[in-house]
Design a protein around this ligand. Structure first.
Ligand SMILES: Nc1ncnc2c1ncn2[C@@H]1O[C@H](COP(=O)(O)OP(=O)(O)OP(=O)(O)O)[C@@H](O)[C@H]1O
Ligand SMILES: [Mg+2]
Length: 240
């Protein structure tokens, strides 16, 4: 469902992606971990066609991503960006209902948005507030409500639990797992949060220095012999 093949991307003379390849089968939930600055968010932006890689290909649902095919695939795709990326001038419910507003009446879209907000633990009274009137964690959850609003078959989540307290993080992890299972969707989640790996992942990929260094089933992560991955999981640098 998601195939990244040898993606390369440099900014100026600095390579960020150095040949990233990754496959996520239909219905699977892949979680990508890796150090800050490793290129995780750029990989996600290439995957959804928002950033053009210098070389390599992206195939989503058997369709090679080009500017034209991207427009066709976007309605089946939900994305939560690392910074939530809400529209500042629109109230929360219109942010969440952004794609729904093209498909149904305002009243129905609003009701659907309020229902999605409830799923991420936000009450109806935030519906009419502007993004600037919410806390960082609340904005993150509103972004997640938007990502799942039209029940997409493909979902991308960049740091879904950053800035949330442990209880809310647990709730969001379970919600992601639930929507993937319920919708039979395919998901790619980026995280620093090991509880997200435990709850959300079927498979894990470790992105390091612009390459996927390790990939495998989530259950086998702790048995890895890769020294860089072991050090990363233990929270130290390799030479410590
Ligand atoms: N538009 C851009 N122009 C120049 N450099 C960029 C741009 N976007 C990202 N980079 C650089 O690419 C590298 C990878 O960035 P990216 O956001 O993918 O990291 P990340 O793995 O998501 O890190 P984090 O865990 O901190 O979110 C960084 O060094 C960053 O400075
Ligand atoms: Mg990032």
């Amino acid at each position: 469902m998601i195939v990244l093949d040898t993606l390369r991307k440099s900014f100026g003379s600095r390579p960020v992606l150095r040949g990233v390849s990754l496959r996520v089968p239909k219905g699977h939930s892949m979680v990508v971990i890796g150090p800050s600055g490793a290129g995780k968010s750029i990989m996600l932006k290439c995957a959804i066609g928002l950033t053009q890689p210098d070389s390599g290909t992206v195939t989503l649902a058997n369709t090679r991503i080009t500017p034209a095919s991207r427009a066709r695939l976007m309605p089946q795709t939900g994305v939560l960006f690392q910074g939530a990326a809400l529209f500042d001038s629109l109230p929360i419910w219109e942010n969440v209902a952004f794609t729904l507003l093209r498909q149904m009446s305002r009243a129905r879209a609003r009701a659907a948005a309020i229902e999605k907000l409830a799923r991420v633990g936000l009450s109806a009274d935030v519906a009419d507030r502007l993004p600037s009137e919410l806390s960082g964690g609340m904005r993150k959850r509103a972004g997640l409500a938007r990502a799942i609003a039209n029940e997409p078959q493909l979902m991308f989540f960049d740091e879904p639990t950053t800035g949330l307290d442990p209880v809310m993080a647990g709730k969001i992890n379970r919600l992601i797992r639930e929507v993937v299972t319920e919708l039979g969707a395919t998901a790619l989640t980026i995280t620093h949060d090991i509880t997200t790996v435990q709850t959300v992942a079927d498979d894990v990929a470790f992105l390091c220095e612009g390459k996927v260094r390790w990939t495998g089933e989530a259950a086998t992560l702790n048995e890895t012999e890769d020294p860089k991955l072991r050090a990363f999981l233990a929270g130290r640098s390799e030479d410590e």
